[in-house]
Design a protein around this ligand. Structure first.
Ligand code: HSE
Length: 421
């Protein structure tokens, strides 16, 4: 493929699809143009000539003059069909569909291998921030220890607006929707599921771990309590929705998406509005921080544009970390986390689930909380996590190897000494 011959079959003409049209108009150097656009809604008025649009997906998939399919639709199942069919027909694909990718990554990696056709998706994680290609290429030989970040723009916009402008959650969410940041089903944003889908992609390109979203604990911002906000304010901490994947000393990796309290000096504390921020931590480079717009039409489309440009020089993901990763796994049972749990008279967390309870607080007017250390697997499995009025927020400490796991290792290695004491 050369710079002069990108002819795009575009699926979807929503926020990002229109953004792509805008950025292509302003990037004549790439000489990529949209040949045809596949859409679903027959009643919608559109800004481009009607003959450009079709309601028949095969009109794009079967059109030999279209050499790249850009998939920017909402429906993850339909997107999977389109992407796999396009790859089978030898058409390179660019997609921003993180849900579809996270749910089908193993099949999509295998299909790229079988067909030799590239699938790029920089826009699917952190929108305008160039994280996938950096994790894939730049950190190839580095000792990556952790990726940690704000990787959902809508929830960061909501948290910023609630805190700075003192508006309600519902009001902030409807603003995020009006600005085109939120998913069409905003539950994906506020329940932490969109961030979890993106974390699945980061885990693959950072650590070579191909996992499914269900394997990762995700707690959203839809259950935040006033008491948790008060706690944050009184301690001078910022509340952010943070996704983290961290290599444990045994080489395995722990990952979770959790509302998290961060100290004011932390890089992520200053990530505002729909911006995303991602910190990479590695043995050689220490901490590096990516900051940029994490949602919205043109910023997201700019990442699609970058993928289109990458196709012109034959770029494809080699999934190098997968071949480098010989034996590490995602192991929530080996990790623990410090949390604040706020609750009401009606339901309380099970204290015996905690490795250690640090502090408890009870108030007839403000509600109750405890802070403590809990295994990541115990937290993920805790029935009380889903009960009404219970809110879990991570305290400002990273995921870490569970003390119990270390103790278990010690016991295995030197059982007699431990039992003798
Ligand atoms: N709804 C997503 C977000 C869009 O808010 O981050 C960008 O992936």
């Amino acid at each position: 493929m050369t710079r002069s011959d990108i002819r795009i079959g575009l699926f979807g003409f929503g926020v990002v699809g229109q953004g792509l049209h805008t950025v292509l108009e302003r990037t004549p150097g790439l000489r990529a143009r949209i040949g045809r656009i596949g859409v679903k809604d027959r009643t919608k008025q559109r800004s481009l000539p009607a003959e450009l649009f079709t309601f028949d997906r095969n009109a794009l998939l079967d059109d030999a003059s279209l050499n790249v399919i850009v998939e920017l639709i909402d429906d993850a199942d339909e997107a999977y069909y389109i992407v796999t069919e396009a790859l089978r027909r030898g058409k390179a694909v660019v997609t921003a569909n993180k849900k579809m990718l996270a749910e089908h990554l193993p099949e999509l990696i295998e299909l790229q291998r079988q067909t030799g056709t590239p699938l790029l998706y920089e826009a699917a994680a952190c929108a305008s921030l160039p994280v996938i290609r950096n994790l894939e290429e730049y950190y190839d030989t580095d000792l990556l220890e952790a990726v940690e970040g704000i990787i959902n723009g809508s929830t960061n916009y909501i948290l910023t607006a609630m805190h700075r402008d003192a508006i309600s959650f519902a009001e902030a969410l409807s603003k995020a929707q009006a600005l085109g940041f939120a998913e069409s089903n905003p539950a994906l944003d506020v329940e932490g599921l969109d961030a979890r889908n993106k974390l699945v992609l980061l885990l693959t390109h950072a650590f070579g771990l191909v996992t499914s979203p269900q394997e990762i604990l995700a707690v959203g911002i839809d259950r935040l309590s006033n008491l948790a906000s008060d706690y944050a304010r009184e301690k001078g901490l910022a509340l952010k929705l943070i996704a983290e994947a961290r290599r444990l000393p045994d080489g395995n990796v722990a990952a979770a998406v959790l509302p998290t309290l961060v100290r004011p000096e932390h890089e992520l504390a200053r990530v505002q509005d729909e911006y995303n921020g991602l910190i990479t931590q590695s043995g050689f480079t220490d901490r590096q921080f990516f900051l940029g717009r994490g949602a919205g039409a043109v910023p997201t489309a700019s990442a699609v544009l970058s993928d289109l440009s990458a196709l012109t020089y034959g770029y494809r993901y080699e999934y190098k970390k997968i071949s480098q990763n010989t034996d590490s796994a995602l192991t929530p049972e080996a990790a623990e986390v410090d949390v604040l749990v706020t609750f009401t008279d009606e339901y309380a967390p099970q204290e015996t689930d905690f490795t250690r309870v640090h502090e408890t607080f009870h108030s007839a007017t403000r509600g109750h909380y405890l802070t403590g250390t809990i295994g990541l697997a115990q937290l993920a499995q805790a029935e009380w996590l889903q009960l009404p009025g219970i809110c879990v927020v991570r305290l400002p400490t990273p995921l870490r190897a569970a003390a119990n796991a270390q103790l278990a290792d010690t016991q295995l290695a030197g059982a007699e000494a431990v039992f003798a004491e």
